[in-house]
Write a protein that binds this ligand. Structure first.
Ligand SMILES: Cc1ncc(COP(=O)(O)O)c(C=O)c1O
Length: 447
């Protein structure tokens, strides 16, 4: 692999980055100039012909790798039959088959029903509306650090980065944010397990007693593992405690598995690690290997809304549904299991790196939802924001695509069928980038 992959001036990639800047909204968040040409599995090539290892899977989307032949075949077969008919007004087989499959996969023995959207954000919007409709209540509880999307309802639940909200108020009223079970940076300066999961108790003891009447709360929106917030894995009793709280007050539990779901954590749905049953499950990203599709799957008893109450022209597009059915066959056929195994490989190697790199403050994750949080000092835990930026950039220059999340975390979210040799090669590049970025940071400190 070439040592330096930054596009050179005058190259095709450099030209498209320049044209993009003229033609496309500046609100997108590109951090390095990767201009995709094609991809296979966990490898991608840019338009300059440079090969990269992809630890991003297009932000946790290409669950079966880039252009898996079985997914491509399913897309081609469906496209040749018909591309669109709108599941809102008409019936077609793949939408029904996919709904049946998702209903059967969602945890819990009660009957379920599905509703299809085009994106994760729209799945969250659908869950927001359904929770209000089904309970007749208006308020929502969500979490600091949460990312649920950027349309007005979803944005009202999002509390991840200032830039997502700045300039867009007023948002949908009635959403209260509380601290997540982020033990590495506990908002209450407590330690698990002696804290007895105070972050959940706070909702009942403070919120419900002082300023948020529980009887007005329709739903608690929660990511089983916070994604954009930093790949934060909450402690073992956390989700069960939230479930009990919701049950006690007749509140729905909406699990946003848009990033954590579809096998990524080594189980089909991340919440299965905690043995908890949600009322509504939000899905998207990895569900169709990259074809645009989102869904909510809910206990049937909550699907009380009448015809016309909610629908979408494109939601449940037949080509996307066909891709999702092929994706699910592959996930169940071994890729979820592979995610669990490769996730352990990531964790082992990253834990070894942690021992040698004081800038790694925390290593965490489940399956192929893995992260390292970089800090300036292990005692103060001050986020190493610049170091993270330097590491991500250096990885790109060396031929590895990674992305950040949270304040100073690097996340690893490759395709679920990634192989051990690609994991090892990518992590080798990551460690080299970390060494160089650390050395550069120490040089600046010494000067
Ligand atoms: C947990 C979670 N919910 C919702 C969304 C929004 O999904 P989309 O970008 O498909 O609208 C995201 C996207 O990153 C997400 O990670």
């Amino acid at each position: 692999m070439a040592a330096q992959k930054q596009p050179t001036v005058g190259s095709l990639a450099e030209e498209y980055v320049r044209r993009d800047a003229e033609a496309i909204s500046p609100s997108l968040t590109r951090i390095y100039p990767f201009v995709m040409d094609h991809g296979r599995g966990s490898l991608v090539w840019d338009v300059n012909g440079q090969q990269f290892i992809d630890f991003t899977a297009g932000i946790a989307v290409t669950s079966t790798g880039h252009s898996h032949p079985e997914v491509v075949q399913a897309i081609q077969d469906q496209a040749a039959k018909f591309i669109h008919m709108s599941g809102t007004d008409f019936y077609y087989t793949v939408q029904v088959e996919l709904a049946e499959k998702l209903d059967s996969l969602m945890p819990g023995s009660e009957p379920k029903q599905a509703f299809f959207t085009n994106s994760g954000t729209e799945a969250v919007e659908a869950a927001f509306k359904l929770a209000r409709y089904a309970t007749g209540r208006t308020r929502m509880i969500a979490f600091i650090g949460a990312f649920h999307g950027r349309s007005m309802g979803a944005l009202s639940l999002t509390a991840s980065k200032y830039v997502h909200r700045k300039g867009f108020a007023p948002l949908v009223p009635g959403v209260t944010h509380v601290s997540y079970g982020y033990c590495y940076r506990c908002a209450y300066n407590l330690e698990y397990p002696s804290c007895d999961v105070y972050c959940v108790k706070y909702i009942e003891d403070t919120l419900f007693k002082r300023f948020v009447p529980a009887a007005e709360v329709a739903a608690i929106f929660v990511e089983p593992i916070q994604g954009e917030g930093g790949y934060v894995v909450p402690p073992p009793p956390y989700h069960q405690r939230l479930r009990e709280l919701a049950d006690k007050y007749g509140i729905l539990r909406v699990d946003d598995e848009i990033q954590a779901g579809m096998g990524r954590t080594g189980k089909m749905f991340a919440i299965e690690h905690w043995g908890v049953v949600p009322d509504i499950l939000c899905l998207a990203k990895g569900i169709a290997s990259g074809m645009p599709l989102g869904a909510i799957v809910a206990k049937k008893r909550w699907m009380t809304w009448p015809p016309g109450a909610h629908a979408s022209t494109f939601g449940g597009n037949p080509v996307s549904c066909a891709a999702a059915l092929a994706t699910l066959r592959l996930l169940e056929g071994g890729y979820v299991e592979n995610a669990a195994q490769m996730g352990e490989r990531f964790m082992e190697r990253l834990r070894r790196m942690e021992a040698n790199h004081p800038s790694i403050g925390d290593v965490r994750g489940l399956g192929l939802m893995v992260a390292v949080e970089l800090v300036k000092n292990r005692n103060s835990k001050e986020p190493a924001v610049d170091l993270r930026a330097a590491v991500v950039q250096k990885c790109f220059e060396k031929g590895l695509l990674i992305l950040g999340c949270g304040m100073s975390t690097v996340r690893f979210m490759p395709a679920l069928n990634i192989t051990a040799d690609v994991v090892d090669e990518g992590l080798g590049i990551f460690e080299q980038a970390l060494i160089e970025a650390e050395n550069a940071a120490y040089r600046v400190l010494r000067e």
